[in-house]
Design a protein around this ligand. Sequence first.
Ligand code: ZN
Length: 350
Amino acid sequence: MSGSIPILDGHNDTLTRVCPPDEQPRHAFLRRDTKGHIDLPRAHEGNLAGGFFAVFVEGEDKSERRMVTANDGTQVEALCPEPVERDLARTQLESVLRQMAELFNEADGAIRLVRTVQDIEGCLADEVIACILHYEGVEMLREDLSDLESEYHRGLRSLGPVWSRSNAFAHGVPFGFPCTPDIGPGLTEAGRELVRRCNDLGIMLDVSHLNYRGFMDLAELTTAPVVATHCGVHAICASTRNLLDDQLTIIKETNGLVGVNFHVGFLRPDGTENADTPLGVIADHLDYMVEHMGIEHVALGSDFDGAKMPDELGDCTGLPKLVDLLRDRGWSEDSLIAMAHGNWLRVLGE
Ligand code: ZN
C-alpha cells in the first residue's frame, strides 16, 4: 500500500506557470515535463488528487530589500514587494481564467473545477484532478466588494486577502528571516467586510502571507475555521511566512487547518534557500504541528511551482516518499489519510 493515499494539497502556483499572461505554454501541463513540479502525468504518479490552484497576480514585480520595523520595535532587513493596481490585477486574472478554461477543455476531463465537497469526492472516486480555485491576494476586487459574488459564481472558493504586500484589504508580511510576522497594522475596514462577505458566501479565507495583526483581526471576526494553506512552524524556521505558537493554538481552537509549505527557505532552521534539505525537515514541521494542534489540524500545502523544493522530494512524484517517511516515523494509516485529504474535506465542508 506504499504511498497509495490520494493527496489534496493546500497550495500550488501551477496556473501561474502554465497559464501566464500573453503566452501559451498550456501543453506543458498535459504531457510529462521536466520543468516545474506539477503536470498531469506526474500528478497521477505522485497520487496528487488535486487541491488549491492559485491565481497570483505578478504585477511588475518591483520588490526591494530594505529595513522594516516590527511592531516590537526591532529592525530587520526584508524583501518587500510593491502593491499592484487593480486594473492590472483584473487584466491578469481574466487572462489566467481564460487560459485555465481552455486548458481544462484540452485536458478532456482529466482535471475539473470543483465547487463543492461532493465535487471533490467525485474527483477522488474518478481519479480526476480536483481544482479548487484560489486567489492569492485580491487586488482585482473592488474595495466595495461589488464584484465578489460574481467571482464566487465563476468558481472562486478560497482566497487569501493578501500576498506579501499591502492592498486595500490587508497587509502581507514581507519576506524576512529571522523575524517575527508581527509587522504592520491589521485588516482595513474593507478587509473586515471581506471576511464577513466570504463567510456569507462560503469562500474559504487563507491567512498565509497575512501579517500577525491581520491574522488576529481575521480570527476574531470569522465564523469559519482559520486556515493557513501554505505555512510552516516559526519555532523551527523563524521566517515571517511561518506561524507562531499562539497562531497555531488559535487555528486549533477554531477547528482550522495548516498545510505545511515545502519551500526550503520556510522549512530549514537556518532559513537558507538550500535545496539540499532532507525530507525529514518537512516531517519535523508536521510532527510539531501535530503535537501542538492534533492530527485533525494538519495537512500539506506544497507551494509546488511557486517555491524551491527539497531535492529529495523533487516534484509532486516525490509525495509518496514523504508519506512513507511519516509512516516510518510511526504515523498511523488514519493519521496519514487525515493529513493527506481528510482534513481538507472536513474544513471545506464547514
Ligand atoms: Zn504563497
